[in-house]
Design a protein around this ligand. Structure first.
Ligand code: SF4
Length: 406
């Protein structure tokens, strides 16, 4: 049997509405893999017996495998994972925090990263040589990271070298949400990696070493960080990687000459959905509300909010708010739903009430987790993520430069 290539017939009357509406205070129910409308574009090479298993059976299997494997396995759950995955996570957090956590658990030979591809790569870069990193669904990528292909970044770098005569004064900075090959590119070119919590510090470091920063893949994090540092918008130029080489990424020569930050035209499909109109609607509905958003949101949304920061920052912001607080949040729905449940004394809501989960994070269905764990019990490693040694070496250099800033 091959995986379904057309949308399976669904009974919409009995279909769990939470999966369609993604309301803040309801979880996203797990349906069998074969009923997932997008299963045909997920990793098909999962044995058929997992396709029809219900959430309860999958949970029992994962639990049993965990018990057998003990500390030989560490399961990591990114904040944006669904509850049916998060319940098995030894640690939950953002990508860098999780990669570091796993590297500090040498007793765990296997790192099962419930997140997306670049996160598992980061864990593999930091892992000890005996640790093997596993991504439950190999099709769990990140649309933002995919917007910066290695060849496109190299082509843009070559064009910048030609335009300026040299790249000595340009410091490449890649957001954590990028392929290992781009972290390696930064390591090899006097550049650095940043996260959404240290982007300001990283840019300061970069400006001590060069006139300009070449920032990828998220234009919004780059722009919001530059803006917070007082860099005017006209000194931040957008590089459209979709244009053929020879077009300076759509920028004029004058704009490039006055630029301090060259922003890759990438974005997060989840965070770019938030709008100023949603912030205004939230304030109209709850005049006392505080609004906190992720810096992957557009600059006007960040400007309209009361606060902005990484997922870790948002979690703390809500934890530290006094009981009775009303907080509108601009980030992925799984995290907002969890925070709403964990803080019943506060009103926590998503700025976009019908926002759907990150579709690639969602691909880590419990069936995939059950499969990779049961394979480990059977002594087989499937879905291993292995960063080539040369990339690992250079990417580590870029990550160590970032770590030295703390
Ligand atoms: S939320 Fe955005 S940046 Fe994060 S994995 Fe999904 S698409 Fe990528």
């Amino acid at each position: 049997m091959t995986p379904p290539t057309t949308v399976p017939a669904l009974d919409y009357k009995s279909f769990p509405m939470a999966q369609l509406q993604c309301e803040t205070d309801t979880g996203i129910e797990t349906v069998p893999l074969a009923l997932e409308v997008a299963f045909s574009s997920w990793q098909p090479s999962i044995p058929e017996r997992y396709w029809t298993m219900e959430a309860t059976e999958l949970a029992e299997r994962i639990r049993a495998a965990r018990a057998t494997l003990g500390k030989r396995v560490v399961v990591l759950g990114h904040h944006y994972q669904r509850e049916d995955i998060i319940q098995f996570a030894d640690e939950r957090g953002d990508s860098f925090q999780l990669a570091q956590y796993a590297s500090q658990r040498p007793e765990s030979d296997y790192i099962v990263f419930c997140g997306v591809h670049f996160m598992a790569e980061a864990a593999d870069i930091l892992a000890a040589p005996h640790q093997q990193t596993i991504l439950p669904n190999m099709e769990a990528g990140c649309s933002m990271a995919d917007m910066a292909a290695e060849a496109d970044v190299h082509a843009a770098w070559a064009e910048l070298r030609e335009a300026f005569g040299s790249t000595d004064d340009i410091i490449p900075v890649t957001y954590m949400n990028s392929a290992a090959s781009l972290k390696a590119f930064c390591g090899a070119n006097n550049g650095v990696v940043c996260t959404s919590s240290n982007a300001g510090k990283v840019l300061e470091w970069a400006f001590q070493r060069g006139k300009r920063v070449f920032f990828f893949p998220d234009q919004h994090l780059g722009r919001n960080t530059g803006h917070a540092m007082g860099i005017p918008l006209e000194q931040m130029v957008l590089w459209n990687w979709r244009l053929p080489a020879g077009n300076l990424g759509g920028a004029t020569r004058e704009a490039l000459d006055r630029s301090r930050i060259i922003l890759w035209q990438g974005h997060c499909s989840v965070h770019q959905r938030f709008t100023v109109a949603q912030v205004e609607q939230a304030r109209a509905r709850y005049p006392e509300a505080k609004i906190v958003v992720h810096p992957e949101c557009r600059a006007d949304v960040v400007e309209a909010a009361d606060a902005n920061g990484s997922t870790g920052y948002i979690v703390k912001y809500i934890e530290q708010a006094p009981a009775g607080s009303v907080i509108g949040v601009g980030t992925e729905i799984n995290l907002v739903s969890r925070l709403a449940k964990e803080h019943p004394d506060k009103t926590i809501f998503c700025l976009d009430p019908v926002v759907c989960p990150c579709s690639t994070m969602y691909r880590v269905h419990p069936a995939y987790l059950a499969w990779v764990m049961e394979e480990l019990v059977a002594g087989r490693v499937v879905n291993r993520i292995q960063v080539p040694e040369a990339h690992k070496r250079d990417a580590k250099v870029a990550l160590e430069r970032m770590l030295a800033l703390k």
